[in-house]
Ligand binder design. Structure first.
Ligand code: BDR
Ligand code: CA
Length: 312
């Protein structure tokens, strides 16, 4: 069992990633860390606690993290138009969790855990990279104590989703992303190159609806909302992208993707159209464009079958 910390901004596809991870015997969830991104940090924390309780995993600790970017004073925006006011497409129906977040911050928890288990922990980061940046800044040895970081974010070979250049998680905190990418952490990037190919078709929702469990109902309601948003931006797409679940999938079985090392830089130029872009820079120095493991192809059919067999 691989010990993992899942860093989320829960979010509909984050919720799917949590359920997929919680139901996967290859992984041991040490804790979940939350932050701003799709919605505020408070809402992300509430949603994460609620989803874990619904999964019967209320004993997995949750730690609240960043409520604003690493270097900027203000949040650049949210994704309520994709994930709903409650972040879960209205599926919460006003419910709230019974548990509370732990007393450490997300970054403190990450540091604490990698110090207890040096070289063993995989961090799966599926929101902005702010908590990770704060952990690196807090502990000079953090980078050498982590086994691997798998991030959902960025794009190396395809356009962005929040702007023509940038993917949402990187765009939410470009300075944190640049700091994390240049830190020397062993990073695998699960970006739009592959996640836009792992679509959950709307036709599959019927399987969850006919299941009749609270979890399946919740998953179907939230996914319905998410698919409507996808249809708005990509008419005719017929489903939604399984961004965050694919990052979990790559930790369970890296052979879902073809992974290639590439020199990647993050655009942090304020006001520039490409702010938050992750691009391949063959001519940059290793400090500017460190080599990152980038997922460039995915066996979408095999991944989707695996995800569907576990998520509810
Ligand atoms: C990423 O942005 C968020 O909206 C999703 O949860 C995912 O992590 C996709 O670009
Ligand atoms: Ca996310």
């Amino acid at each position: 069992m691989k010990p993992v910390i899942l860093d989320v901004d829960t979010g509909i596809d984050d919720m799917m990633a949590i359920a997929y991870a919680a139901h996967s015997p290859e992984l041991r969830l040490l804790g979940l860390t939350t932050q701003f991104g799709n919605i505020s940090s408070e809402v992300a924390t509430r949603n994460t606690l609620y989803v874990l309780e619904m999964l019967g995993q209320g004993d997995v600790p949750v730690y609240a993290g960043a409520s604003k970017p690493f270097r900027r004073a203000d949040v650049l925006g949210d994704a309520k138009h994709v994930h709903g006011e409650d972040g879960l497409g209205g599926a919460l129906r006003g419910a709230s969790p019974t548990g509370r977040a732990g007393s450490m911050t997300a970054a403190e928890f990450m540091v604490d855990q990698v110090r207890r288990m040096p070289g063993e922990i995989t961090i799966i980061a599926v929101g902005p990279l702010t908590n990770l940046a704060l952990a690196i800044e807090a502990d000079p040895e953090f980078v050498s104590l982590v086994d691997e970081v798998v991030i959902m974010g960025g794009a190396a070979t395809v356009p962005g989703n929040v702007t023509p250049y940038a993917e949402a998680n990187i765009h939410s905190d470009p300075e944190a992303a640049a700091f994390v990418f240049r830190s020397g952490l062993p990073i695998t990037m699960v970006g739009l190159d592959v996640t836009m190919k792992t679509l959950l078709p709307r036709t599959r929702l019927q399987e969850w609806r006919s299941d009749g469990t609270e979890l399946s109902r919740f998953m179907a309601d939230a996914a319905d909302f998410y698919m409507d948003a996808y249809e708005n931006f990509n008419p005719g797409i017929g489903g939604c992208a399984l961004h965050d679940p694919l990052a979990v999938g790559v930790v369970i079985d890296p052979s879902f993707c073809k992974i290639v090392a590439m020199p990647i830089e993050v655009d942090t130029e304020d006001g520039a159209p490409a702010l938050g872009q992750t691009r391949v820079n063959e001519t940059g120095t290793a400090a500017q464009s460190p080599s990152i493991h980038v997922c460039v192809e995915v066996d979408a059919e095999r991944f989707l079958a695996h995800f569907m067999s576990r998520v509810v």
